[in-house]
Design a protein around this ligand. Structure first.
Ligand SMILES: [Zn+2]
Length: 300
């Protein structure tokens, strides 16, 4: 059979095109339920689970915040709903900080004790603020420690600053109980979409493909209001929603980039490691300093 050049191009392009559609999984950190105003907690808890009813997320819990009755109830219901639970240290003091590697490791083991009874628990660890050590010595010590205890790094590919949007929203609410919180919806969606496009393009440029992404957001009031809209936005832009554990099974999550300070988004670190993308890599990758002018300008 003779095929034309055009047909050949279509045949070659078809499988590649099928892989182009980006996919994203939801990973949610901290579980600081205490920061949600008490009157809104129960509804927030319900709405977060409802928003995730069509997928399975990963919840990276701080030991201290869930080592109590409400925390236990939250982790039990998330486990029952099929979500996975990972370890996010006991007290969320990032490396480097007012913590030694010894204390940091002890906190991981303590949290392991807090979490191990839940059916959703899996041995995945997430570094607070995505900081994995400023030196190669500390970084490699932690990598060895995690491996020895059967843990893997629950790395983030799409980092963002939802926590800052949430803080601003809570400040507003504290000053004015009737503040129209829906004003945060579109700016928040724009922020997530902006970061998703940035990291996805970086993934294509560094790795030659769009990896199944893990989006970092937090268990907070902001997401109880708008997580459903975030998922809807990704779908409307043609992205697929993938279960977090499936995303983590991609080989990119076995990569251990040789960077120091270590951490940030995994895609950011892999780009940094090549030395070829300096102009596109700000440090830190995400922070409130980038978002404050945006929200100030919007008077939010
Ligand atoms: Zn955290």
């Amino acid at each position: 059979m003779v095929i034309t050049r055009r047909q050949a191009l279509i045949l070659c392009a078809a499988p590649a095109f099928a892989q182009v559609r980006p996919r994203v999984a939801i990973t949610m950190d901290d579980v600081r339920w205490q920061q949600i105003p008490e009157i809104r907690r129960a509804e927030a808890e319900m709405r977060l689970l409802e928003s995730l009813s069509t997928t399975r997320a990963f919840l990276f819990a701080i030991g201290k915040t869930v080592d109590n009755e409400d925390g236990r109830r939250i982790l039990t219901s998330w486990s029952s709903a099929g979500h996975r639970i990972g370890n996010h240290t006991y007290d969320h003091v990032p490396l480097p900080g007012k913590t030694t590697p010894e204390e940091f490791e002890a906190g991981i083991l303590r949290t392991d004790q807090v979490l191990r009874g839940y059916s959703g628990f899996r041995k995945w660890f997430r570094f607070p603020a995505l900081k994995e050590g400023t030196t190669r010595v500390v970084r490699d010590r932690l990598r060895e420690f995690l491996a020895r205890h059967g843990y893997r790094n629950g790395a983030v590919t799409i980092d963002a600053s939802d926590w800052y949007y949430d803080r601003r929203l809570l400040d507003r609410l504290e000053k004015n109980h009737t503040y129209d919180l829906t004003r945060y919806r579109q700016p928040y969606l724009d922020h997530i979409w902006d970061r998703a496009r940035y990291y996805d393009q970086l993934s294509r440029d560094v790795l030659g493909r769009s990896v199944p992404h893990t989006l970092l957001i937090h268990y907070n009031l902001l997401n109880s209001l708008f997580l459903g809209d975030v998922l809807g936005m990704f779908r409307s832009k043609g992205w697929g929603i993938v279960e977090a554990e499936e995303a983590f099974s991609d080989t990119v999550f076995t990569r251990q980039p040789d960077t120091a300070p270590a951490g940030e988004s995994l895609i950011w670190a892999l780009a940094k490691e090549t030395g070829r993308f300096e102009g596109r890599l700000r440090y830190p990758g995400e922070d409130d300093v980038y978002e404050k002018p945006v929200l100030d300008r919007l008077r939010l």
